[in-house]
Design a protein around this ligand. Structure first.
Ligand code: MSP
Length: 485
């Protein structure tokens, strides 16, 4: 039987069109999913939409449901355009999600961790989170540059305090494994502060799932959003009855951005512990993009639309751009103008050119695809090992770097061995075929490694190469993998 691998992205707010930040996380998770499928895992890759809460209710010009329906369509369309192969798409306005949430609340109530209280404090609608006075900058939420609302209302609270010591220990001992280390330290920092119990309901917000034990309250949007990871697996009161839950839970990895660390590394494990469910194995937290040094925002008008990028460069190139900018462990800046240059240097002149000229020579000089130079084989094998090590650790940028090390090596090898001069001097020189066989072998390794990143292009390259080997390619047929832009 195949080993299972459950991977998730955050569910995105249905509050605006997707941008390259959302695309980055989803592509990142898709690359890992594809890699794991190639490694014969039974992958369950979940993404979806977070459709409730005050922010969305405020934004909706029509009914909130119509508003979120339109946005869900937009996201689904984008994931198709970017070749995302998710196994499921959960929406928090769906009946199955609501059922799962209500089941969860039955359990939570039984645990005795809910109590009634009164909340008086500040709330940032942009974050959908309570915010402390001391964290404001000039009276504004530093992330949304908005003045938070003062809220005074009855809420039901979750006894988070009870779980904090054990969560801290689990994080320290990597029982909840937070990657990278810097984000683990951030979580531990948050834990060392004074974390209050959190509200699990809101009184004044109307767009949400009604709290089953008090009709005047709805469930706090962050709590039900986190539950998506199990409602998508048909979470039911009787844990053992749900086939999907039994099969896939706990998640092997949650992929999230740095700004929602606390919800995933502290609140989520506490809620799960309260109902005796196993905790996610790993949480990978990536850094955030800025554009030309600035936070992406509608007001600044610096949002890059991933769909437009895909129209211009193709889906695979966009997947490549976003992952290859900087290591996901760090925050980083993107320059929109940099895409053309990167496309031409890495893809058109780099990988594309290496494939093209090798295939052209293999055809022209009649490579027999038999003997291979040991040096090339050894190098390719060593590089693929390093690549796999990085892939297993979610270091996708670093994996790509290995691919390019091999591509550069093959370029150099071709230049050094100089098969065109050998051919000119003596067309029946046996050495020529061996050189080309070897580079083709290296290219096959590259195709294998790049497959999860650029599935369509690599499939095309593979088909072309197979035809070449079967002598089905005519002189003048070109692969033309990455035409220059
Ligand atoms: N709805 C919540 C998540 C609930 S998960 C149970 C939410 N949604 S969001 O639409 O704001 O999406 C946040 C996620 O989108 C980030 O955690 C990250 O994965 C991705 N990104 C959003 N902006 C980003 C950047 N500027 N850079 C990189 N990724 C970013 O929070």
């Amino acid at each position: 039987m195949k080993e299972k691998f459950y991977i998730t992205t955050p569910i995105y707010y249905a509050s605006g069109a997707p941008h390259i930040g959302h695309a980055f996380t989803t592509i990142f998770a898709d690359v890992i999913s594809r890699y794991k499928r190639l490694k014969n895992f039974d992958v369950f890759f979940l993404t979806g939409m977070d459709e409730h809460g005050a922010k969305i209710a405020e934004l909706a010009k029509k009914t909130p449901q119509e508003f979120v329906d339109e946005l869900a369509e937009k996201y689904i369309g984008l994931w198709k355009a970017l070749e995302i192969e998710n196994n499921d798409f959960i929406r928090t306005t769906s009946q199955r999600h609501k059922n799962g949430v209500l089941n969860f609340f039955e359990k939570l109530k039984e645990s005795g961790d809910i109590y009634e209280g009164f909340y008086e404090g500040l709330y940032c609608v942009g974050c959908e989170d309570f915010i402390l006075e001391r964290n404001l900058v000039n009276g504004l939420c530093p992330d949304h540059l908005k003045k938070p609302e003062l809220i005074k209302e009855k809420n039901y609270f979750f006894n988070l305090k009870k779980y904090l010591p054990v969560i801290k220990e689990k994080i320290e001992k990597n029982k909840i494994k937070i990657i990278p280390e810097s984000r683990k330290n951030e979580a531990l920092n948050i834990l060392s502060g004074d974390l209050p119990d959190f509200s699990i309901t809101r009184e004044k917000v109307k767009w949400g799932i009604p709290y089953p034990f008090d009709k005047n309250q709805i469930i706090y949007v962050w709590v039900e959003a986190l539950l998506n990871y199990i409602t998508a697996l048909d979470f039911s009161i009787d844990f053992s009855s749900g086939e999907k839950l039994k099969k896939y839970w706990p998640a092997d990895v949650h992929i999230i951005g740095a700004e929602i660390n606390k919800f995933h590394t502290i609140f989520w494990p506490a809620l799960l512990m309260s109902v005796n469910l196993p905790l996610p194995k790993k949480i990978f937290i990536h850094g955030l993009f800025t554009i030309n040094g600035q936070k992406m925002s509608k007001t600044l008008g610096n949002i890059i639309d991933p769909e437009k990028l895909a129209e211009k460069f193709g889906a695979d190139a966009v997947r490549y751009f976003l992952i290859s900018q900087f290591p996901a462990s760090e925050h980083g800046d993107i320059k929109e103008g940099g895409f053309v240059e990167k496309y031409n240097s890495d893809l058109a002149n780099g990988i594309g050119n290496l494939f093209e000229r090798t295939f052209t020579m293999a055809l022209k000089y009649g490579a027999d695809f038999k003997s291979i130079d040991e040096e090339v084989k050894k190098n390719s094998d060593e590089i693929i090992k390093k690549y796999e090590f990085h892939m297993e650790n979610f270091e996708l940028y670093e994996s790509l770097r290995e691919v390019f090390i091999l591509a550069k090596f093959l370029d150099r090898y071709l230049n050094d061995k100089n098969p065109w001069t050998l051919y000119k001097n003596n067309p029946s020189n046996q050495e020529i075929s061996k050189i080309l066989n070897s580079v083709v072998f290296g290219i096959e390794t590259i195709i294998k490694m790049l497959n999860p990143f650029m599935p369509e292009k690599m499939k095309n390259a593979e088909i072309f190469l197979n035809k070449l080997k079967n002598k089905e390619i005519k002189d003048g047929d070109k692969l033309n993998l990455f035409p220059r832009v």
